[in-house]
Design a protein around this ligand. Sequence first.
Ligand SMILES: [Cu+2]
Length: 248
Amino acid sequence: MIPRILAAIVVSACTTVAYAAQPVTFVLRNGERVSGELTYKGGTTYTLNGTDYPSDNIAMIAFTPGDPSAAELQQIPTVDNNPSEHERHIFVTRDGQIIFGKIYHISPDGSSITFDRREGGRQDISANNLARVYVNPAGARSVYASLLGAGTANAVATGGVMSPGAVSVAANQPWTDTGMTVKKGEAVTFLNDDTVPHNILSTAKGNEFNLGSQAPGSSTDVTFKESGEVTVICAIHPRMKMTVKVVD
Ligand SMILES: [Cu+2]
């Protein structure tokens, strides 16, 4: 009897070891999928089955099988390396929460990720709670362009100029065909008059700003400091784009 009990214990110990590493799929920028066990040695490469992949080449890490929904993809920013540092990576939990932050560290066995939250504070999240981590959001959007295309007809919110000095970020209107003109030093109010969050930003030199995720109903004033043409975009919805002409 004793040898049999020992054999059973050995089997269960082996099973435990097999589950220690984290099975994931890397969705690469070029659309290739590679599945294996995630481990981490430090730095900006993530390791799958012992092979290092630079994080720049990884669009998304999938912790659960299957493609993301169009509704999820629509909330993923259109820029990699978001100028707002703590909005670079997007964590989607298995219960559908979407969290913005920046990866700080992955545990060596891939079982948990530590990240800095956009809202502040550092947090650990277990791989068992994660569905996906978008490492390069724009890269992921381009991999899933066909999925996004199918779902965007009604869902992508656009906006328009309400009155001089204010932009209403509202659904189902063109995002101002003609753009708007403001005087240098003048403020423009961006009001999210929609039912989904938007992330309005500009990377134009001298007029850089990033409103971060703006909840429906909230508004923020932006002062344009330098004269010139400023392209204002929403990091989440590629169709939201306008030109603000700043004059002296
Ligand atoms: Cu938007």
